[in-house]
Design a protein around this ligand. Structure first.
Ligand SMILES: [Zn+2]
Length: 236
């Protein structure tokens, strides 16, 4: 606990004040002052938090006018708590990731504030260590990296799925026409309109003695049951 600094004196020894110029206050006083310590400049900031608890979830929100130092303290506290308590239900994982991201916006708004130039007479909050240097930040690295992996992996899996789904053979129906985009050992047969220039074969059922002379055999996977080979009669 730090002792309150006397009014209009910079608190001595506080690391956050190292670069605070003092006493620079000339010109009109800024309109907003920090609601915690009274220092200026200050800006309205909303910091969010989230707790996931297996079945129930809790969304937290702290809205206020903060100076850079107090705002950073609020941000770091909420961010660290969310990193510890945010992950504990399936939906919470996504909400927590979104909350953590949104808070980065609040953080950059705070960091764009200059160091306080007018002190309000009350002690500012202690910002403490950066979030990622706290145990919470290290713990959160695990779900965060897993999420990151998922984000990277999801499009890859979708592409793989699309590519492999594309080669899933669609059964041919007798009487329809087909074309082969593959080789004969690795067929890629597709149904096409019989009148079109794409049509290469008419699909027929094999007779009792098999396909007629000149017919080609479609691979087993192209028949409805997957057990009999359909005949492909060249349309030429
Ligand atoms: Zn403050």
């Amino acid at each position: 606990m730090s002792t309150p600094p006397p009014p209009h004196q910079p608190p001595v020894g506080h690391p956050a004040y190292a670069s605070a110029p003092y006493p620079p206050q000339a010109g009109p006083a800024p309109a907003l002052t920090c609601q915690v310590c009274g220092a200026a400049p200050a800006a309205p900031v909303t910091v969010r938090g989230h707790q996931g608890m297996i079945v129930i979830m809790r969304n937290l929100r702290r809205q206020g006018v903060f100076c850079r130092i107090c705002g950073l303290a609020v941000f770091r506290e909420m961010q660290a708590n969310t990193m510890l308590l945010g992950w504990w239900s399936p939906l919470s994982v996504l909400i927590t990731a979104a909350v953590l991201l949104m808070n980065l916006g609040a953080r950059s708004a705070l960091l764009s504030l200059p160091q306080p130039t007018a002190w309000g007479g009350r002690p500012p909050l202690d910002p403490g260590k950066p979030v990622m240097k706290r145990p919470a930040g290290m713990i959160a690295l695990v779900p965060l990296s897993l999420l990151g992996l998922l984000v990277v992996a999801a499009p890859v899996l979708m592409v793989v799925g699309a590519v492999s789904g594309d080669s899933d053979p669609q059964p041919l129906t007798v009487g329809s026409c087909a074309r082969n985009d593959g080789s004969w050992s690795d067929q890629d047969l597709k149904t096409v309109p019989c009148g079109s220039t794409d049509a290469q074969f008419e699909v027929t059922n094999p007779g009792p003695t098999g396909c007629e002379e000149g017919d080609l055999l479609a691979s087993l996977e192209y028949s409805e049951a997957g057990t009999t080979s359909l005949c492909l009669r060249p349309l030429k």
